[in-house]
Design a protein around this ligand. Structure first.
Ligand code: XIL
Length: 413
């Protein structure tokens, strides 16, 4: 049997082979505003296909690019489906693999959408992330009345065995535990007072990882969280608590391979992203031998003015600034956005704009046209390879598409 590393490298080697001989670089695209781009799919003449796609740029720079998907749309929206096939190396179910979707009743499972998604990913040679096995949200209604201290352990273990076991060997990485840290709950270890913690105590996390490893020995087992991205004091505290947890797991030989940084960001018209704390967090994760994934990136635009060009440029600038920090560390191996087109984004319901305009947090707009955020993603993937040769490039802060000036402290392998 292949080791996990061989498994990943095998997939990666064939991608690199397929890339040989491809050329093409979008740097000549320069500054684009959405108004200047051709409308509609197929996005002919827009330079986003093949060697110019997000996945091609990601692969050339040692990364995977992908997004969260709603598999129920595949049969309803051909443009959406095409866009995903064209742009992504890796997918994750936005909801279809959560307890709420998989567990209609205490004693039954519903796998249709999740199975269809895996079949789709495999048909198009894409990898699939599993999201998620343990979370305090999106639990089925029956959970509160049916699960108690006597059966919780068995219920958790059986769920992980059944779900991770069903897809064993076919999942790139599982978010085994999602969002287990919540500082406001006031515990010294920072753990969230989730139903799982109340039912099982603090070693539910260890139990979940050990069970997941047994059920699927090849998936990269991931701890996934948010609120660890920004420069704020709150985020710094949360980073410390997450690291404490990761260190504790490693010290106890718990099988964990990666940390997922959700990366739901908000564009702030009055402040730029520095990312010093995040940079240190990623280095510490790397020191623990973990890979790092950007698992759910999007940029909320609610604090920005309505003008679409201004908004798109500010959103793109944050994609650029954030990913330049994150991708400087070679431990980061995948970037996923939470959706791919503004047409389908959870932020439209979760963080709607006060002026009633549609939110624009993703790389493609509602009509599937590439936006400045698309260019920013592609360029940050390319900048990852940039080395001394680009130092001193004239990167003006005012232009989101100016060449990236590498930070001299960037880690290199
Ligand atoms: C969100 C989905 O996008 C929504 O459709 C759903 O209603 C709620 O969950 N962090 C996570 C994701 O880990 O699972 C969440 O997804 C977004 C925040």
């Amino acid at each position: 049997m292949l080791t996990r590393r061989q498994f990943l490298l095998a997939g990666y080697g064939s991608l690199l082979g397929a890339m040989a001989g491809l050329s093409g670089c979008a740097h000549s695209a320069g500054k684009m505003s959405s108004a200047s781009m051709a409308p509609g799919l197929p996005h002919k003449g827009m330079g986003v296909f093949g060697s110019l796609s997000l996945k091609a740029h990601a692969e050339r720079n040692g990364l995977l690019y992908g997004c969260a998907v709603r598999p129920e749309l595949f049969s309803q929206d051909a443009k959406y489906t095409r866009l995903i096939i064209d742009q992504c190396d890796i997918l994750v179910a936005e909801n279809a693999m959560k307890w709420l979707a998989l567990r209609p009743a205490f004693n039954s499972y519903y796998f249709n959408e999740a199975d269809a998604l895996l079949a789709f990913a495999e048909q198009h040679q894409m990898k699939l992330r599993g999201h998620n096995l343990v979370w305090h949200e999106q639990l089925p209604k029956w959970f509160a009345s049916m699960v108690n201290r006597d059966n919780a352990r068995e219920v958790l273990v059986q769920h992980i065995q059944t779900v991770a076991g069903r897809y064993s060997g076919r999942i790139h990485s599982w978010d085994v535990v999602n969002e287990a840290i919540w500082i406001p709950d006031g515990r010294a270890d920072g753990l969230r007072k989730s139903p799982w913690l109340s039912l099982l105590g603090d070693d539910y996390i260890e139990l979940a990882f050990r069970t997941a490893r047994e059920a699927d020995p090849t998936a990269l087992l991931t701890y996934n969280d948010y609120g660890i991205e920004e420069d704020s004091q709150e985020n710094e505290q949360k980073r410390s608590a997450v690291l404490l947890l990761l260190r504790r797991l490693k010290a106890r030989n718990v099988p964990i391979d990666a940390v997922g940084i959700q990366s739901h960001l908000t564009a702030n018209p009055n402040a730029s992203f520095r990312g010093d704390g995040l940079r240190r967090f990623i280095s510490s994760a790397r020191d623990l031998g973990l890979q790092v994934f950007v698992t759910e990136m999007d940029v909320a635009d609610g604090a920005l003015p309505g003008d679409v060009g201004t908004r798109d440029d500010a959103v793109a600038a944050l994609y650029r600034d954030y990913l330049n920090v994150v991708l400087a560390n070679p431990a980061v191996t995948a970037v996923l956005t939470w959706g791919i087109t503004d047409r389908y984004t959870w932020l439209q319901t979760n963080k709607p704009r006060k002026d009633g305009m549609h939110v624009r947090p993703l790389p493609f707009d509602e009509e599937y046209r590439a936006k400045p955020a698309f260019i920013a993603l592609r360029r940050t993937f390319d900048d990852r390879q940039a080395d001394a040769s680009t130092q001193g490039a004239d990167g003006s802060a005012a232009n989101p598409y100016a060449p990236f000036t590498p930070n001299p402290t960037r880690a290199r392998e």
